[in-house]
Write a protein that binds this ligand. Structure first.
Ligand SMILES: NC(=O)c1ccc[n+]([C@@H]2O[C@H](COP(=O)([O-])OP(=O)(O)OC[C@H]3O[C@@H](n4cnc5c(N)ncnc54)[C@H](O)[C@@H]3O)[C@@H](O)[C@H]2O)c1
Length: 355
C-alpha cells in the first residue's frame, strides 16, 4: 500500500530555503505545499522555482490543512515565536539551528510542542555524517581510552557584504555572531560526542568586520564533565577560509575529521573495519568554509526523511530539541564568559545577562 506524502510548509524564503525545498522535492515521501515570507520578492522566486503556494505570513500558511510540518527558516531570534504558533496550530516542526536564543525559549518551545502533541526536531545535520557517527561509536565503545582533548577549529571567511545582506546578520541580539550562528554546528558536534561541559573560558573579538557589531572570532578553553579539556576556535575573518576540524585525542586513539572527511583514524586496538572508516567522507564536498551557500542538501533530506518516519511511527525525531539544549547553553556560557572576562561554570546562572 502506498502512503500519501507528508505536506511541508517553509517559513522563510531566504538563503537556506532552497536546500529544504530541494530536499523535499528529492523525496518521494514529502510534498512542499507552501512557503511564507514577509519579503515578497524572495517568496515569489522560491514559489516559482519550486511550484508551491506562497503566503505573506505564518498565520495564513498555518490555516492550510495540507501542511503537517513547518520548517522554521527565519532569523535566529524569531524561531521561538514561530514554533509556538505552529504548536498552537497542531503542526509538527523542524527548526533550523540554533533552535532559539535562550534556554527559557527552548523550554517554552518544548512545553508547547508536548502540550500540543506535535513533534519538534532541530536541523543539526552535521551529526548524521559518517565520520561523526564513527567517532561517536568509538567513544561509546571506549576505544579512545581516557579522552584528553576534544577540539574544533573553524577558520572561515565571510565578507562584509555577507553581513550586509540582511539587517539581522549585523545584529548580535538576533544571533548573528560567529559563536551562535556559524560555529553552532561544531560546538554541537563536540557536545554530541564528548559533552556535557562543566566550565568555559572564552574570548571574543571582531577582527575583520568593523561595520558590524558582533564577534567574528571566538577562542575558548573548555572543561568537559568527562575530565577531557578542549579548545573551540571559530572565525569568519580568516581569508580564504579552510575546512573545519574536529579532533578527539585519548590514551588509546586519535580521530580527526576535516570538512566532511575522516583524516586520521588510529587506535591501539586496530580493527578490520578501521580501513574502511579511514575513507569515510569526501574531500570534494563543500562545507561552507568560503561561502554561506556552498553545501549540499543531502543532509537536510536525511533530517526531513527522519521527521517523516517519526510522524509515521510515533517516535521522536533523531535530533531532538532536548539534545540541542546543552549546545545552546554552552554557546551562551561562552558569551557570558567573554563579556565578564572570566570563566563560567555550567549550568549558567543568569542567561538574561548574556545578551
Ligand atoms: N543547517 C544549516 O546548515 C543552515 C544553513 C544556513 C542557515 N541556517 C539557519 O537557517 C535560518 C535562516 O537562515 P538564512 O541564511 O536562510 O537567513 P535569510 O535571512 O537568508 O532568510 C530568512 C528569511 O526569513 C524571512 N523572514 C523574516 N521574518 C519573517 C517573518 N516574521 N515571517 C516570515 N518570514 C520572515 C526573511 O524575509 C528572509 O527571507 C537561520 O536560523 C540560520 O541559522 C542553517
Amino acid at each position: 500500500m502506498t502512503q500519501s506524502r507528508i505536506g511541508f510548509g517553509l517559513l522563510g524564503a531566504g538563503l537556506v530555503a532552497p536546500f529544504h525545498a530541494k530536499a523535499l522535492r528529492a523525496s518521494d515521501r514529502t510534498e512542499l505545499i507552501a512557503a511564507a515570507d514577509i519579503d515578497s520578492e524572495r517568496l515569489a522566486k522560491l514559489t516559482r522555482e519550486f511550484a508551491c503556494a506562497g503566503y505573506s505570513n505564518l498565520d495564513e500558511m498555518l490555516a492550510n490543512p495540507a501542511i503537517q510540518v513547518v520548517n522554521i527558516l527565519t532569523p535566529n531570534h524569531l524561531h521561538s515565536d514561530a514554533v509556538l504558533a505552529c504548536a498552537r496550530a497542531g503542526k509538527h516542526v523542524l527548526v533550523e539551528k540554533p533552535p532559539a536564543m535562550s534556554l527559557r525559549e527552548v523550554d517554552g518551545m518544548a512545553a508547547a510542542c508536548a502540550a500540543a502533541s506535535v513533534k519538534i526536531g532541530v536541523v543539526l545535520q552535521c551529526r548524521i555524517r559518517k565520520p561523526v557517527q564513527a567517532m561517536r561509536q568509538a567513544i561509546q565503545e571506549g576505544r579512545f581510552g581516557k579522552i584528553h582533548h576534544a577540539d574544533t577549529y573553524m577558520k572561515w571567511y565571510r565578507s562584509t557584504d555577507y553581513y550586509r545582506m540582511d539587517a539581522w546578520r549585523m545584529s548580535r541580539r538576533s544571533g548573528a555572531g560567529v559563536t551562535i550562528q556559524q560555529a553552532f554546528h561544531y560546538i554541537d558536534l563536540l557536545q554530541y560526542l564528548v559533552g556535557p561541559v562543566k566550565r568555559v573560558e572564552a574570548r571574543m573579538n571582531n577582527l575583520a568586520h568593523p561595520a558590524v557589531e558582533l564577534e567574528d572570532t571566538l577562542l575558548a578553553f573548555v572543561d568537559y564533565h568527562c575530565a577531557a579539556q578542549g579548545v573551540v576556535q571559530a572565525s569568519t575573518a580568516l581569508w580564504p577560509g579552510t575546512d573545519i576540524r574536529i579532533e578527539i585525542n585519548g590514551d588509546n586513539g586519535t580521530a580527526i575529521m576535516i570538512g566532511e572527511r575522516m583524516d586520521t583514524w588510529k587506535f591501539k586496538d586496530e580493527r578490520p573495519e578501521d580501513a574502511e572508516i579511514r575513507h569515510y567522507g569526501s574531500a570534494a564536498v563543500a562545507t561552507g568554509a568560503t561561502g554561506a551557500a556552498d553545501f549540499s542538501f543531502y543532509d537536510h533530506q536525511t533530517v526531513i526523511e527522519d521527521m517523516v518516519d517519526a510522524i509515521r511511527t510515533g517516535r521522536h525525531p533523531m535530533i531532538t530539541l532536548e539534545s540541542a539544549r546543552p549546545t545552546l547553553e554552552w554557546a551562551l556560557a561562552m558569551y557570558q564568559s567573554a563579556k565578564e572576562h572570566a570563566p563560567v561554570d555550567l549550568p549558567i546562572r543568569d542567561e538574561d545577562a548574556v545578551w
